[in-house]
Design a protein around this ligand. Sequence first.
Ligand code: ADP
Ligand code: MG
Length: 267
Amino acid sequence: MTATQSKPATVIEISRLSTRFGEHIVHNEIDLEVQRAEIFALIGGSGSGKSTLLREMILLQRPNAGSIRVLDVELQNISDADALALRQRWGVMFQHGGLFGALTVKENIGLPLREHTRLNDSLIDEIATWKLAMTGLKAKVGEQYPAELSGGMLKRASLARALALDPELLFLDEPTAGLDPASAGEIDQLIRQLRDRFGLSIVMITHDLDLLWQTADRVAVLADTRVQGIGSMSELAQSDNPAIEKFFAGPRGRAPQSQNSKSIGSR
Ligand SMILES: Nc1ncnc2c1ncn2[C@@H]1O[C@H](COP(=O)(O)OP(=O)(O)O)[C@@H](O)[C@H]1O
Ligand SMILES: [Mg+2]
C-alpha cells in the first residue's frame, strides 16, 4: 500500500470478545471500534478489565473468544512475523513509563530504532532528538537519566519513546496519573496535538476526568463484563445507566466550565 492510498477508517475492531480467568468472567462478548485519528478512552472501575483489554489489543495477552482486528490485521492466530511487523505500527506508553534507568533518555528513545531498524547511530540520535522535540522536551534532556526527570518530563520521555517508530496508533495507560495539575494539563494538550498534527489514533485508559473532558472524542465505559455505553463525555453524562452515572456523580464529574475552572475539577 502506498502512502497516498486511503487507510482504513477503523483502526481497531473488537467483536464478541470474551475473557475469563478460571471462573471469573472479565469480558463477556464485548464489541467496540476505534476510528482513525480519534482519541478513544476506556474507563471503568478498578478490576473492570481495562488493562486486560489493552493488553489483548497489543498482543500481550489473548482473549478466550472473539476477534480483535488492529490496523486491519486479525490478532487471533497471527504469525510471529506479522506480529513483529504490527508491533512496529503502534506505540505504547505504560503507566510507570518503563524507561530503563541505566540508559539516558536519548538511548531509551533510540532502543526501538536499534531493535527494529538498521539505521546508523547518528541518524538514530537525530530521530531521538526530534522525538524529544515532538513531546516538548529540549535536546539536552536526552543526555539525562530517567531518575533525574520530573514526573511530567518522564511521561513526555516515555511518550517520545512510544513515538520512536512513527506509529499510526498510540496506546496510553493512565498518561496523567501522579502528575500535578499543571503538568497534567500540559499532557492533555500534548495528546491533542499528536492527534491534530500527526493524525495519530489514540487509545487511552484513564480515570482523569479533566483529561477525558479535554481530549477524548469517545469514551467506552466498562462495567459488569460489558461495555455499558460508548459516546462523547457529554453524551455519557446524560446517561441514566447507573454503571455510567457513577462516573459523573459529584463535582468531579462535571464538565469543566472553562480552562480556568480546571483547578476546581478533579485535579
Ligand atoms: N493474569 C491474571 N490472572 C488472574 N486474574 C487476573 C489476571 N489479570 C487480571 N485479572 C483479573 O481480571 C480482572 C480485571 O483486571 P484488570 O484488567 O487489571 O482491571 P482494570 O485494569 O480495569 O482495573 C480483575 O478482577 C483482575 O483481578
Ligand atoms: Mg488497570
